[in-house]
Structures are given as C-alpha cells and as structure tokens.
Design a protein around this ligand. Structure first.
Ligand SMILES: [Zn+2]
Length: 467
C-alpha cells in the first residue's frame, strides 16, 4: 500500500513534457486568437503603406514602420541589414486590344511582367502566334514566329490539389517566355495569367532576359484568363487578327534597401538561432496583403506571442523581414551570407510566404532524423486541425540558409484561393481573413517554441567541429 503510494507520488511529480507542451501550445493559440496583433499590423501595412515594390518609396516606408513596431515589442535587438536591390518601375498603365479588322477593336486587360522592357512609344501591333509551351516554339521555327507576338496560353492544371504544383507547371512561360521567343524573332510576348479562376485581372510576376543584350530584349505582358480565352477563340476564327499593346516600364539602377531584423536573445544557447520570416517587398498592382504582408505580420507576431505568453527562449529567436524576394531575392541571399560570415548557427528557419489562409501544416527540408523528430510533435497540433507535415520546399528567402544538419521549413496554408490573388490588383487587405491569419501566426509560434525547447538533432557541423 505504502509502496504504491510512493510510486504514485513519484509519478505525479515527474515532469510530463507533452502535457506542458500541449498547455503552452494552448496558451499560444488562445493569445493569438483573443489578443492578436497581426491583423491590425496588416491593416496598416496594406492600407496605410500599400504595394511595396523593391526600391520604391513604399518599400522604404515599410522598412521604417516595421522597425518601429518591432522596437515597441521590447526585443533585445532590432536592426536594419543593408542590401542593394533592383528597381523596376511600371510607368503609366498598360493598354492593349485585339483588332479583328482595321478600326474594329476589343480592349483586353494586360500588365507588364516585372523586369520587362517597354514597347516602343507607339506600342506594338502584330499578328499573333499561340503556343502552349516553350518547346512548341522550336517546332514552329523562325518562319512562323518572326515579326509576330507570341501568345503563351497553357493554363494552370486544375486537377492538382496543391495549386503551387500547378503554378510550378506553368510559370516557365512567364519567367523565360520572352527570352525564348526573342530567339525566333518575335516582337513581343503575351502570357496567360497564372490564375485558376476566370476573371479580368492580369497577374504580374518576375521574368528574366538571362544574358540577352539589352537591344535584343522584347517586351512581355500578362493577360487576364478571360481575355486569354477570348484571344484564343478569336484566333481560331481568324489567325490573321492583330494584337496591340503598349507599356512603358523601365529598369533603373540598383538602390539601397534593408532587411529588418528583430531578436530575442537566447538564455542558454544564444548562438543557436531560430528564425521566422516573410518578405517585405511585394508587387505593385495590389497592396501585397497575401503576398507577403501576411507572412510579414505573422512573423512579427511570433516574437510578440512568445513574449506575451511568458516564454523565455533558450535559443535566440529572430524575425527577419526580407527585402526583394519577388524580383531578385537579394535580401534572402544577403542574410544567409552574413549569417555564415558571422558563424551564426541557424538550427531552424521558418518562412510564411504562401498567403494568409487557414494553416494546414508545414513542409520541411531536413534530414530523416530531423524529420522523424518533428513527426513526434505532430499530435500536439491536432486540436488546431494542423495535420500536414511533409518533406518538401521551404521558402525562397530561407532556402539559402539550408545546411546538412539544420531544418528549414515553410508554413503551408490551404492553397485553393491563393492564385485568385497572387500578384494581381485584388491582393488587398479585404482578401485576408482575421482568424485564418491569426491561426497561421499561432501555428508558426508553436513550432518555434518546440524547436526552442528541444533543438535539432545534434549532427556535427563544420563550424562545430572547428570550435
Ligand atoms: Zn511571396
């Protein structure tokens, strides 16, 4: 009887890790949902600052404002990390129409792709050749392409559940459509917007000319999905119809900008860094609320929730607001370079750059040992309907931090609506739901808390071996 009692007393006095972890997670979610700050921050970033193209005045205002807000949180350190970024400007609104016969025109919705050159001042008018892929250009050859506008019209694949896969299957048209068509003497390029929905909104995004000399670069623009369908059907009726477009965008000289960094110093292992981040720059058509205002405010909220919940991190926790993810990734590369130079041991990096929608889980780039570790935490997330724990891509900005031993990850929200807004003029504050945004911030904080508590599998790194 007595032994039994002693055993019982011993058992209840044992610290039960999972019990306290689930309590801490509950506290984090409760705080995020009842006393969150991310939505209010996003309101300001979207509605008072707006679209934040790299090198723009708004981007600089976003740097100054987020620094100021982080300073209010009473972190141990807030700093700006200088980085040179490209500056591309859209100029006056683009204009385009389909001409079925001289003087008979139908206006269509286009926007210049980021990084594109302008058309000549009077625009370009030419016949159109529709293709479904870059490979098709080769089949057609110079004879059928020269002097025409190439129209890339391969839609996003609707049967893929992960819409990012669908995007990945199409984005080559936008990214290198112009450089490839230019090789066959095309005058310009029109690309069907990366959008699963039928609407009137053109979606911009980055494109590249590779090492094509400036004089041989041809302009490229995105056309809305509805107008892509219209153009395609008109071409079927008459392949001699003409397309006109005019844009006066411009690539200027690189300018100085910044990554914004806030830090809570670790109490036990200050040189083990855990970072959370999103990108501060956005495209210019909307105000970049989903891409990536959501990731910015969620990452800021992670540090605020840690403090608000009374968690005293053992490791150093940083929020990094990266500059220039959209058209250069200069911020992400600069941060990783500096981390390496300073010998900062980044054990875990988490990015939110997939929209502010209902979180489903995370995708991880890591060793099997580290993946098995994270799977042991999966059940802690069940009450919050977070179930997606898979190996896969992390995020563009945290990617350069990947080493053989650490873990880099991306928050994975539901992706069904993301491409309705991505890089288009409707990516605005009203498209973001408060609770979905807050759940994302809480989910990120919960994972950061677990990595802070348990660390990663201690595989020796070059750095550690040297020490
Ligand atoms: Zn983004």
């Amino acid at each position: 009887m007595k032994l039994k009692f002693i055993l019982f007393a011993f058992l209840i006095s044992l610290p039960c890790a999972s019990q306290s972890d689930s309590e801490t997670l509950k506290l984090i979610y409760n705080t995020a949902l009842s006393n969150g700050k991310s939505y209010e921050w996003l309101d300001y970033l979207s509605n008072q600052i707006g679209g934040r193209l790299s090198g723009s005045l708004n981007a600089e205002r976003a740097v100054a404002w987020t620094k100021e807000e982080l300073e209010k949180l009473g972190l141990d350190k807030v700093s700006l990390q200088p980085v040179m970024v490209p500056k591309w400007v859209r100029g006056t609104p683009e204009f385009a129409f389909i001409e079925t016969s001289p003087g008979k025109t139908t206006n269509v919705n286009i926007c210049a792709l980021g990084g594109s050159v302008a058309t000549p001042a009077l625009g370009i008018k030419a016949r159109v050749i529709e293709v479904k892929s870059i490979e098709e250009l080769e089949t057609l050859g110079r004879e059928k392409i020269e002097g025409k506008i190439v129209f890339y019209n391969r839609p996003m694949e609707p049967t893929l559940i992960n819409t990012f896969e669908s995007y990945g299957g199409c984005v080559d048209q936008r990214h290198k459509g112009a450089v490839e068509a230019g090789k066959y003497g095309a005058l310009g390029v029109i690309v069907r917007s990366m959008n699963l929905r039928m609407d009137d909104l053109p979606h911009t995004g980055s494109m590249t000319y590779g090492d094509t000399p400036v004089s041989q670069r041809i302009p490229s623009a995105a056309i809305s999905t509805k107008d892509a369908v219209l153009l395609s059907s008109m071409l079927k009726l008459d392949k001699n119809i003409k397309f006109y477009f005019k844009q006066n965008c411009k690539q200027l000289k690189d300018v100085l900008s910044y990554n914004v960094i806030g830090e809570i110093r670790g109490s036990e292992f200050p040189n083990e860094y855990i970072i959370v981040g999103g990108h501060l720059d956005s495209w210019d058509l909307g105000d970049g609320s989903h891409d990536d205002g959501a990731g910015v405010v969620q990452s800021m909220e992670v540090l605020r929730l840690i403090k608000e919940s009374g968690i005293k991190p053992k490791r150093s926790i940083r929020v990094v607001l990266f500059m220039n993810e959209e058209n250069g990734l200069r911020g992400g590369k600069k941060y990783a370079r500096e981390a390496k130079r300073k010998g900062e041991n980044h054990i875990f990096a988490l990015e939110s750059d997939s929209g502010g929608f209902t979180p489903r889980g995370f995708s991880f780039e890591c060793s099997n040992a580290n993946f098995n570790q994270v799977l042991t935490w999966k059940s802690l997330f069940e009450p919050y309907l977070i179930h997606y724990f898979e190996k896969g891509g992390s995020g563009a900005d945290v990617g350069p931090l990947k080493t053989n031993y650490n873990v880099v990850a991306g928050l994975r929200p539901d992706s069904q609506r993301y491409f309705d807004y991505h890089h288009a003029s409707n990516d605005t504050f009203d498209a973001v739901n408060k609770r979905e945004l807050e759940l994302g911030a809480a989910t990120m904080t919960a994972l950061v808390y677990l990595y802070d508590t348990y660390g990663v599998n201690p595989i020796k790194t070059d750095q550690q071996i040297k020490d």
